[in-house]
Ligand binder design. Sequence first.
Ligand SMILES: *Cc1c(COP(=O)(O)O)cnc(C)c1O
Length: 362
Amino acid sequence: MITPKAHIAATAPYALPEVNVAADKPLVMLAFNESARPPSPLAVKAGYEALASAQLYSDTEWTDLREAIAQIYRIAASQVLCGAGSMELISCLTQCYVGPGDRVLSSQYGYAFFRSAAHAAGADYDQAPERDLSVSVDALLASVRDSTRIVFLANPGNPTGTRIRQDELVRLRDGLDDDILLVIDEAYGEFADGLDESSFDLVSRGNTVVLRTFSKAYGLAGLRVGWGLFPPSIADEIRKLLNPGNIGVVSQNAATAATLDQPYMRATCAETVDRRDRFAGQMRELGLRVPESFTNFVLIRFPNADAAGRADQVLRAEGIMLRNMVGYNLPDCLRATIGSESDMEIVTEHLSDWRRREGVQC
Ligand SMILES: *Cc1c(COP(=O)(O)O)cnc(C)c1O
């Protein structure tokens, strides 16, 4: 009998939603927070060019990519590590710093992959309550236990879309013991107007990591590239866990070009944010609640779980897939990625019709 390690056997697979929408309608996929626009044309060109020399291994140092990131984000290239998506970096962080008997802490609606990564490393996972779908620094600090080794915070949050301010982030770091690692996951950092890169300053304390990704604002989800700013001593350890050549040549080249084409990324964010705020307004006009979002998605709160379930069915019958939030214990919510203009018009149209049919019942 081949036996896995006990904590692996006990870990649930990372749950992705089932795509069951009407097959006879064009698919409108708004469940994965993918970009509303394809990647920069310069990134596409760079990817093609790299493919022509793909007989060679990719650069294990991510030299060009790191230099581009360092230049644009005004940080030291030596402190940047790149992962096959930021998920790989999250997994390496838990593998490196926690094991059986240790605890990982996040917030009530923390990104579900934090739990998977904690469990895969054999650690226990705790969640601090949120207030009005926003992270509470007080609740996080009150939830720290003796065996807590890592605190993960997605800021802005997924699936809530909300964020905490920089001074709150500093208060969190100040309130944690120095030997607790704080990981700030800024997958949506580029969308969060005014959040900018000031959280990077916390990295110099030696116990804080900030993660970013090319999957959202840069529109490269399918190429699997993420990166993080690490204190040097943590970077040294994480490097040991990353596969050499973890990011292929096409992905490295395309991500480098995407980084250098800041105007394209900024335009994607501006267009997405504008469409998001109009869509959120339309949802509120239908009497649905939408917390203020700082990302490329919105969380739509229905009057109750049954209403959310019926709305989900109506949309699926039209080929539209939003993200069901039952797994986050938010059964009265659906999360909608901001897609193209026509995607959002179709969603608004069907939800308006549905709302009218539901009448006072909703
Ligand atoms: C989408 C997302 C990521 C991105 O993961 P990649 O592996 O870089 O695609 C990370 N964290 C959060 C909170 C996300 O929503």
